[in-house]
Design a protein around this ligand. Structure first.
Ligand code: NAX
Length: 328
């Protein structure tokens, strides 16, 4: 049997963790030939609940699952980690200011970045799911000076999948016929889902975008505010769809994106499309050979430019705020 891949999941006892772990252990993330060893990282109060989840993992008798360890110490939780899914985060409580939220999360993602730097495997790949995901990824990467910045990513795949589904419904085609959509910017309400380079049911996405009222009053806000709509309907935030998006993100990163298509991921900017260097922003991306590449050469018209710039401006503001708090 090949050596198992070490996968660390933080916030493993939470609702996304519960939707994620069983799929990783079944082989949905790294493929049917790759055994996995799971490391669940939780806060001490949630370790017992994580133990319950580990018992259920045992009870599934997954042939690919080499073992499950539970930790409340990041140094141990990231020991030898090849894939780190940073899901656990501090939610915004009642009356909490944005600076308090950023500070609380800095207290989580700074030490986790440091622990990844010191203890993870050389080929570590990090996906930050916990919100504010882009800025949490920036904080973690900033505390891991020995790890390449391209190893830290933030999840915008759920937004991407939501946009695929909305575009397919509008055009009346199966979701598999929507390609080359892009989420730009921040995983927040300011994100910009871009149809202009997409192909929808064999036709240019621009043909759908011709209906500007639909584009600006329906498509863009429906995708950007979908998280709130789910909370409204379900009484709880997206969990299974978020776990599914995390699986999609890591699978594509490791195994590659399909020929002729691309996806979206929050990456450390090297300045592409005018996004300032050192922000973790969502881009159109392909993956091959285990590395992401930003799709280059796309023409960005004034309509898209204004929306990308607005979301990037929010990321700049978040970076300034965490800088002022001494978190990066
Ligand atoms: P839950 O509150 O159900 O679970 C969070 C878990 O994290 C808890 O078990 C908690 O004990 C644990 N945790 C807290 N601090 C920790 C630490 N320092 N180390 C390890 N574990 C820690 O939240 P859940 O619904 O699972 O959501 C998790 C995060 O995903 C939230 O920040 C949420 O906002 C974010 N989301 C991000 C999405 C994205 O597209 N990027 C979409 C879904 C989701 O909203």
């Amino acid at each position: 049997m090949t050596t198992p891949v070490n996968v660390t999941v933080t916030g493993a006892a939470g609702q996304i963790g519960y939707a994620l772990l069983f799929r990783i252990a079944s082989g949905a993330m790294l493929g049917p030939d790759t055994p996995v060893r799971l490391r669940l990282l939780e806060i001490p109060q949630a370790v017992k609940a994580a133990e319950g989840t580990a018992m259920e993992l045992d009870d599934c008798a997954f042939p690919l699952l080499d073992g499950v360890d539970i930790h409340d110490d990041p140094a141990r939780g990231f020991e030898g980690t090849n894939v780190a899914l940073l899901v656990g985060a501090r939610p915004r409580g009642p009356g909490m200011e944005r600076a308090d939220l950023l500070e609380a999360n800095g207290g989580i993602f700074g030490p986790q970045g440091r622990a990844i730097n010191d203890h993870a495997a050389d080929d570590v790949r990090v996906l930050v799911v916990g919100n504010p995901a882009n800025t949490n990824a920036l904080i973690a990467a900033s505390h891991a000076p020995d790890v390449g910045k391209d190893r830290f990513t933030a999840m915008t795949r759920l937004d991407h999948n939501r946009a695929l589904s909305q575009a397919a419904a509008r055009a009346g085609v199966p979701v598999s016929q929507v390609k080359r959509l892009t989420i730009w910017g921040n995983h927040s309400a300011s994100q910009y889902p871009d149809l202009f380079h997409a192909e929808v049911g064999g036709r240019p996405g621009a043909a759908l975008a011709v209906d500007r009222a639909w584009l600006t009053e329906d498509f863009v806000p429906t995708v950007a505010k979908r998280g709130a709509a789910i909370i409204d309907a379900r009484g709880a935030s997206s969990a299974a769809s978020a776990a599914n998006a995390a699986i999609d993100h890591v699978r594509d990163w490791v195994l590659g994106t399909p020929e002729g298509d691309w996806t979206s991921a929050g990456l450390w900017s090297t300045g592409a499309y005018g996004v300032p260097e050192g922000l973790v922003s969502s881009f159109p991306v392909t993956s091959s050979g285990g590395a992401w590449d930003v799709v280059d050469g796309l023409e960005v018209d004034d309509f898209s430019r204004a929306r990308i710039d607005a979301s990037v401006a929010e990321l700049v503001e978040e970076r300034e705020a965490v800088r002022a708090l001494g978190l990066i």
